[in-house]
Design a protein around this ligand. Structure first.
Ligand SMILES: [Zn+2]
Length: 139
């Protein structure tokens, strides 16, 4: 990978890397991925969308363990895919990393981390995006 290739890609799809959401100025609902118009407020057209940088922290709502990889994930199985509810409210689906499959728990606190998502051997393009890893919780 050459320096410079990744920053160009970052500018093209910034929300994949910075976890930028939109917040409705009227009802304060948070959307990730960002939406142009708040579906609840658009009739009144009062809802002005504001950009919101998500903290990237949340908890696991539910998860599934993937044993059969897509071609891009060969070598990574088994791996957990979770539906994560961010602290700001939006839900998203992401892979859990830095965690043994059997240690993934519903309600587990997680934090976003940027990792290689897939590598296309033919084109040689490497795509980066968000994954989530457990937050160490002192008990
Ligand atoms: Zn709204």
């Amino acid at each position: 990978m050459t320096e410079g290739a990744v920053p160009r890609f970052w500018r093209e799809i910034p929300q994949r890397y910075n976890l930028i959401a939109n917040k409705c100025g009227n009802c304060s609902k948070v959307y990730f991925p960002p939406r142009e118009v708040c579906p609840y407020c658009r009739r009144e057209s009062m809802g002005k969308m504001e950009e919101l940088n998500l903290r990237g922290t949340g908890k696991v709502l539910t998860y599934t363990i993937i044993y059969t990889p897509s071609e891009h994930f060969i070598g990574q199985v088994p791996y957990p895919i979770a539906i994560i509810q961010l602290d700001e409210g939006p839900k998203l689906t992401a892979q859990i990393v830095d965690c043994e499959v059997e240690d993934v728990k519903i309600g587990m606190k997680v934090k976003s981390t940027f990792r290689k998502i897939s590598e296309d051997g033919y084109i040689g393009a490497i795509h980066y995006g968000y994954k989530f890893k457990p937050i160490e919780v002192k008990s």
